[in-house]
Design a binder for this molecule. Structure first.
Ligand code: NAD
Length: 362
């Protein structure tokens, strides 16, 4: 766990003896306001991972101009456990007084889980529509933001969305939505993957059909055309844009040499480790970091928190992500640093400046 000039401010480890359950919360920084971040549910989640994700949220919320700091929670459990509602409700009661943390959905949690938390403590974002929420996964908030990010990133390589070849790792909420928005804008989805493998068709895959195949058979590899490859092979497919939208740390020093994309948009959080990102930068591959590219979800969550409409939320995602992608790529060119370094510098400037006024963050 690393501590620096931003945080983390609080690290909580919870144990529930009667359930045999563990949970973590990290409040990274609250200089800009109460922290917002998702609740990750996975049998493998660690406190270190939650701390890294909380920092990503601090930077993401700052650069998106939201009046919120960054936090994250982890429940160590299988999301399909039949006691999952009990787990969420028990976890919610434990964090009732931790008012500087506002929970949202993440891997393994969804609108229903947020409704349980809200029912217990009156504090959560990403709620179902019936409770006044903007269901960000159903609406594809993050995927929409990624498609707008793609448009700007491509312009820095002299390309446009029409006919551009895209590979997407992960075909869950983010992967499906970005495939849909990009293909509507004229891009060609040449490969997608899930845990079972990759389906690759250089002439292009039909996104609607893929969704149906995933829904009815459980995996994209059952698509009846194209070539079936291993799950890892998606990362080395030659394409214009690669979007890792599944797990953390999928591109590392071990496999970075095999990446053949021109542009990488980080749909997942921390999918490329920092050393590997530097290698990609030196090779001339443009990488838009997670906290810029995938901010659509939290922007929509924040709009929901402020009782704004769906249309206002989509407009905010479009405007903020286009502006910030342009801003960091310009600064990266001007200062000859990676887009991540440029983005961290911009996000930190705002937080450090706010910290001067806030005793609470000191
Ligand atoms: P999800 O659970 O809906 O989907 C994840 C997908 O990844 C599934 O299709 C799964 O089969 C696939 N997958 C898992 N391991 C894989 C592997 N090794 N190879 C290929 N595919 C694999 O999750 P999601 O909501 O789409 O989130 C995906 C990532 O995006 C996570 O890192 C999450 O933190 C990040 N993220 C999500 C949002 C959001 O709005 N949902 C916002 C910001 C960031």
């Amino acid at each position: 766990m690393t501590f620096d000039e931003l945080g983390p401010l609080k690290i909580e480890e919870h144990y529930f003896p009667s359930l045999g359950l563990k949970a973590y919360v990290v409040v990274d920084n609250t200089a800009l306001g109460p922290s917002i971040g998702g609740v990750r549910v996975s049998p493998n989640v660690t406190i270190e991972e939650i701390a890294r994700l909380a920092r990503t949220m601090t930077l993401k919320n700052s650069i998106a101009g939201l009046p919120h700091g960054g936090g994250k929670a982890g429940i160590v459990a299988d999301p399909k456990d039949e006691r999952i509602e009990t787990f969420f409700r028990a976890f919610a009661r434990r964090i009732k007084s931790l008012e500087e943390y506002i929970p949202g959905p993440d891997m393994g949690s969804n609108e229903e889980s947020m409704a349980w938390i809200y029912d217990e403590i009156g504090r959560a974002v990403g709620l179902p529509e019936e409770l006044g929420g903007l269901p960000l996964d159903k609406l594809g908030a993050t995927g929409y933001g990624l498609s707008e990010c793609a448009d700007i990133a491509l312009s820095f390589r002299g390309l446009s969305l029409k006919g551009v070849r895209v590979a997407i790792q992960g075909f869950g909420s983010v992967g499906k939505a970005v495939a849909r928005f990009l293909s509507e804008k004229g891009a060609i989805i040449i490969a997608v993957s899930d845990t079972k493998g990759t389906i690759y068709a250089p002439e292009g895959l039909m996104v609607k059909e893929l969704m149906e195949v995933k829904k009815t058979t459980g995996s994209v590899v059952n698509y009846n055309r194209g070539e079936r490859l291993s799950a890892e092979e998606i990362l080395s497919i030659e394409c214009d844009i690669l979007i890792p939208a599944a797990n953390p740390d999928v591109i590392t020093m071990k496999n970075v040499g095999s990446v053949k994309a021109k542009i990488i948009l980080e749909g997942a959080n921390i999918p490329v480790n920092l050393d590997a990102e530097e290698v990609l930068y030196k090779k001339g591959i443009l990488v838009v970091p997670d906290f810029i590219a995938n901010a659509g979800g939290v922007i929509m969550a924040w709009m929901e928190y402020n009782h704004r409409t769906q249309e206002e939320a989509f407009n905010a995602i479009r405007d903020k992500i286009r502006k910030n992608t342009g801003l960091i790529l310009e600064r990266s060119l001007k200062e000859k640093v990676s887009p991540r370094k440029a983005a961290v510098a911009i996000a930190k400037e705002r937080i450090l400046s706010a910290m001067r006024y806030r005793l609470v963050a000191k």
